[in-house]
Design a binder for this molecule. Structure first.
Ligand code: ADP
Ligand code: MG
Length: 463
């Protein structure tokens, strides 16, 4: 059971999360928590302050992050109060303070130090959750993720060693579950074999939950968040958004790949490996069924399930010299993108020409400069990707033509077509995104909506 930062904002929401766990106590839950609210961002900002301003300025901000947690702890730490909880917060604050001094002295804030600082967000929230759970009479026990989630040393984007993780989960966590205790594990963070703290990328608590769920052969993996499941779109400002009852692993993976941030893209793989259903549930309305993601949804093939939006992408158009076959050009383009860690969303090529849709990033200028040495580049354009997702949607010409005519007035920068059966994507300018999503949502979700596939939501359950 993973609870995101939006589900752990304050005393009330933490108690609600504990209550959700308590109701499933007989199913032997394991809990994964994210940092509360926007703590990760705040902690990252401390390092920037120590770098650009002063340690004192950073300490002022740190004090307010610590106070926010102390205030919550004060209310949760009930019967009988555990005096060591407050001491733990002080120890974390001391640890962060030393790191801030190091940043200021050395005038560098490396990814390794970033991880050392931001990992405290999950440590703090885990402390609060365990305190609240014990106060509610649950036998919760705090697990240090660094002792279980073993990763490589790619700081800020560490990759887990799944075999080692599995071994450790089975030896350290499984026995606790067997004794009916409730392990509470920090999401997002891990450690190298040498014990150096790492993180697996923003929003990776979802991934922690599915890694542990798979390692322990869970009956299901529950992602508790602030919306009523996977929605027909997460894009703001669209009316009549619905929750999707069921999705296949492929559909959910495609949605998260194309920007549906409710699930971290890596979350699907461990669940697929062990064929464990994933459920996305609303922590403020736990009685709702939410969305269940599993093997396949064969009776809804060719139905558009959702419209995903990926912001801040760049369309790069290029041409290879006459003597260079495009596949060789693509191969070297791929290597260049990889070296600079720029992720690619879409690729298409024809003859000597290719179009790439990549994530906008600081490194992109360097990538383009390198490509220009061997290839002809047209000026690149910024935009967003709007994708229709659903099994067989990409292989259903009628859907493509309905979509195209719904947005015929809008300039489409590119729409590479045919590589995926599970999606159809249009790249448009940022200023057209709202219009495109609204028109497509009206086209595919207002009329003839398949009963049983989607669930309409009252406005109050949307956030
Ligand atoms: P958490 O703190 O629980 O990890 P996130 O903010 O990471 O929460 O994810 C939930 C958010 O994902 C929703 O509030 C919504 O804005 C966004 N989102 C984007 N696309 C979708 C979608 N298709 N369905 C549901 N939520 C979506
Ligand atoms: Mg999230």
């Amino acid at each position: 059971m993973k609870f995101g930062g939006t589900s752990l904002q304050d005393v009330e929401s933490i108690r609600r999360a504990v209550d959700i766990v308590a109701k499933q106590q007989d199913r032997n839950p394991l809990v994964v928590v994210s940092a509360i609210g926007a703590t990760t961002r705040d902690l990252l900002h401390l390092g920037d302050l120590a770098l650009s301003d002063s340690v004192d300025a950073a300490r002022v901000s740190l004090a307010s992050v610590a106070q926010r947690h102390r205030d919550i702890l004060g209310e949760l730490n009930g019967r009988p109060p555990d005096p060591s909880a407050g001491d733990k917060i002080s120890a974390y604050v001391d640890d962060i303070t030393r790191l801030l001094q190091g940043i200021s002295l050395l005038q560098e804030f490396t990814p390794r130090t970033q991880d050392a600082i931001i990992a405290h967000g999950e440590r703090l929230s885990s402390l609060l959750f365990v305190t609240a759970a014990r106060d509610a009479g649950l036998d919760a026990v705090s697990i240090d993720a660094g002792g279980v989630v073993i990763t490589d040393a790619r700081f800020r984007a560490a990759r887990p060693d799944r075999e080692e993780l599995g071994r450790r989960a089975r030896t350290t966590i499984a026995p606790l579950i067997a004794e009916n205790r409730i392990p509470v594990v920090e999401g997002f963070i891990g450690a190298t074999r040498d014990g150096v703290t790492t993180t697996m990328g923003f929003e990776a608590s979802d991934y922690t939950a599915s890694l542990l769920g798979a390692a322990l052969n869970a009956a299901e993996i529950q992602i508790w968040t602030d919306v009523g499941g996977m929605l027909t779109t997460g894009h703001a400002g669209v009316d009549d958004v619905m929750s999707i009852r069921e999705l296949s692993f492929d559909e959910a993976a495609e949605m998260s790949f194309f920007g549906a941030k409710v699930l971290h893209p890596n979350t699907i793989e461990p669940a697929v490996d062990k064929n464990i259903p994933l459920r996305v549930l609303h922590s403020a309305c736990p009685e709702r069924k939410g969305t269940t993601i599993f093997g396949s949804t064969s009776n809804t093939r060719g139905v558009v399930k959702s419209i995903a939006v990926q912001d801040e992408v760049v369309v790069v158009r290029l041409r290879s010299p006459y003597a260079t076959p495009i596949h060789r050009a693509l191969w070297s383009i791929g290597k260049t993108l990889d070296r600079h860690e720029v992720s690619t969303h879409l690729v298409a090529s024809s003859g000597r020409r290719a179009v790439l849709v990549v994530a906008a990033s600081r490194q992109l200028d360097r990538v383009l400069a390198e490509l220009e040495q061997t290839l002809e580049l047209s000026p690149s354009e910024h935009g967003v990707i709007v994708s229709l997702v659903g099994e067989d949607v990409g292989a259903t010409p009628e859907i493509v033509s309905r979509a195209t005519s719904a947005i015929e007035d809008v300039l489409i920068l590119t729409a590479p077509y045919g590589a995926s059966d599970t999606s159809v994507s249009f790249v448009v300018r940022q200023e057209n995104a709202d219009e495109v999503v609204m028109k497509l949502h009206t086209t595919f979700f207002d009329k003839d909506v398949r009963p049983g596939v989607f669930v309409r939501m009252e406005a109050k359950t949307r956030s």
